[in-house]
Write a protein that binds this ligand. Sequence first.
Ligand code: UDP
Length: 327
Amino acid sequence: MTQNILVVGGAGYVGSHVSKALAGQGYLPVVFDDLSAGHEWAVQWGPLEVGRLADRDTLRMAMEKHRPAAVMHFAGLITVGESVADPSKYYRHNVIDTLVLLDVMREAGIKKIVFSSSAAVYGAPETTPIPENHPLCPTNPYGETKLMVERILHDYAVAYDIQSVSLRYFNAAGADPDIEIGEAHDPETHLIPLVLEAALGTREEIKIFGTDYPTHDGSCIRDYVHVSDLADAHVAALKYLANKEASIAGVFNLGNGAGFSVKEVIATAQQVTGYDISVSVADRRAGDPAILVADSTKARAELGWTPRFESLDQQVLHAWNWLKKSP
Ligand code: UDP
């Protein structure tokens, strides 16, 4: 029998790619989303229930109607700078609303959840690549909210037998290779789509935030991981939880283990698109560590996760194909 999976925030960038991957593996993704940042066009593989996470009754009705075997939770605010300027908004949406979700799950007897966490839980890295047992010391409210939810999930596993996997994403990149869905943030703050907009001419230039970092070319290094690979990891996490009897709150890094500098991303985009890209140098962005690269050995070993699109060229090409077609 087809299992329903409640994909909270499934109309967004990562959630919609996960919905597609779930459908490809025989699950029915039921998207619960308030469409504040997500898009109705991104919900293509199952029903859409429009509702806010804070609205306990709507959430309860969605769970009673669809009886999901598990929940995946992507609904959250994601802009680091905004979280510094307005922490109240971030703690409310990312932490308090998640408590509502967990409590409604408990009432409905749903015991499994896969949570979108972030490399932001680590803060400034002490070692590179970063393993999961690296100290957890977020440098902004966004990262704090992700860490708080991870800790809540740990306590809920002990007390209420809620089984969870938290996936700590490094830099999500690319788009569905079939170009059915892709990234569409408003405002866009992420490097690759901004660089590609500069290539397309819908943006004048790309600003490099800092060229005086202690890296080989002075610009920041990040670990870009294809969004469809992230999606596969979520399905793997679901299967991992399905096989677990004991209570568990697992955490896994998701990255490629290879870092690319901002300048290398721009050079790749020039080569993939064939367009010149205007570049200027700006000040460092507050809170940006010089290098963020994942050690994802654990996800590969324990979840059986094998990324398919590790090359930056492919990630940029898929994002480019999507940008040219996007709504
Ligand atoms: N970045 C940049 N110019 C931009 C946007 C981002 O130089 O217009 C840099 C940013 O400082 C970071 C990297 O690109 O080093 C990736 O940033 P992004 O916002 O995409 O992801 P983050 O690493 O913050 O999660």
